[in-house]
Design a protein around this ligand. Structure first.
Ligand code: TK8
Length: 336
């Protein structure tokens, strides 16, 4: 038996006995703060809880993991900038508000990119996801894993959206992102970029008519209280990235890096499972709150898809042609 296997055997005996593990020499006492734009009852909390349990187990309780919700530490972009300057450890954010930091992330904003969650998982957890993650350290960020926000649907206070024409003039909040802006402008809406934390009040006061987010986010952010219609558009799947500050990462040991990545992946599996399990409940709650839900006919959906097709070409240069090509190759391979 090598020393390594001996150590591993000793480790698993300790774990079986349920004793707290002493932190190894390479694990220091740490406090990690994670910023979230969404509320504390969003399925991201299930992932955060799983991640915390994993930290406890792997560090013998040497790490404290504190989550901040509803943009309490700043909106997604502000929190991400804090990571880059080394004043905050972690953020869980949609990729979309970060395109100014890394334009390649815009690839996830292309309309109707993923056909279903299985496709999103395969691309994000596969080579393409690694490729995008490998670009992040140059921007002062380390991506630990991709979690789920979900397929995005439109809500509004004006009318059921049944066709392309129904988008006309609707004041739709979009994320601070050119591709979303172009997509909704192309659909005929009056697209208004806005940070997530401002959306509820803007809907409530009527500054905007509409917004788009997955069911669980609509539900946990209570947008259903200030919206009348939800249309199943499923027009985009914008993943969450679990980002860590590169300047702070550089002060952690290799063993601590492994703990961060491994626990973010364990968190990912718990988070995606919760997101998918709670999605139907969220939709039922939204409907229960009096929001009218509708689907768009296949024919009208095709008209909408055709209308936004040009978005791909218009933004390929800014995203990076190679990034777009690699994404399309990954999808083609899955669809084979
Ligand atoms: C959560 C955001 C949000 C996103 C948005 O902080 O801004 O609409 O979908 O859920 O990342």
């Amino acid at each position: 038996m090598t020393f390594k296997t001996l150590a591993a055997a000793a480790l698993s005996t300790t774990m079986i006995a349920g004793l707290a593990l002493p932190a190894s020499a390479d694990v220091s006492t740490r406090t990690i703060r994670v910023s979230n734009g969404i509320a504390a009852d969003h399925p991201v909390a299930n992932g955060v809880d799983a991640m915390r349990a994993c930290f406890d187990e792997r560090t013998g309780g040497a790490w404290t993991f504190n989550a901040f919700w509803s943009s309490a530490l700043g909106d997604d972009l502000q929190a991400t900038q804090m990571l880059r300057s080394g004043t905050l450890e972690m953020v869980i954010t949609s990729t979309s508000p970060l395109v100014g930091i890394n334009p390649a992330l815009g690839v996830f904003d292309l309309p109707f990119l993923f056909a279903d969650a299985a496709e999103a998982d395969a691309v994000l957890d596969g080579e393409f996801g690694d490729y995008v993650s490998s670009m992040m350290p140059d921007s002062g960020l380390v991506n630990l894993a991709y979690w789920e926000n979900g397929f995005r649907d439109l809500t509004n206070s004006l009318r059921p959206v049944e066709s392309l024409a129904d988008f006309s003039g609707m004041r739709v909040r979009v994320m601070q992102n050119d591709i979303f802006l172009d997509t909704f402008q192309t659909l005929g809406a009056n697209a208004i970029p806005m940070a997530f934390g401002e959306v509820f009040t803007a809907l409530e006061t009527g500054t905007i008519d509409a917004q788009e987010n997955p069911y669980v986010t609509i539900d946990t952010s209570h947008f259903d209280e200030v919206q009348k219609y939800l249309t199943n558009t499923h027009h985009a799947y914008t993943p969450f990235m679990v980002l860590f500050s590169k300047p702070i990462w550089d002060t952690y040991s290799p063993e601590e890096h492994d703990i961060l990545v491994d626990c973010a992946v364990i968190g990912r599996d718990a988070q995606r499972a919760a997101s998918r399990a709670l999605s139907a409940d969220s939709l039922a709650r939204i409907e229960g709150n009096g929001v009218a839900i509708n689907d768009i006919s296949a024919e009208n959906m095709q008209e909408i898809r055709d209308a936004v097709q040009g978005v791909y070409e218009r933004h390929a240069d800014e995203i990076g042609q190679e990034v777009v090509d690699r994404m399309q190759a990954a999808l083609a391979e899955l669809r084979d």
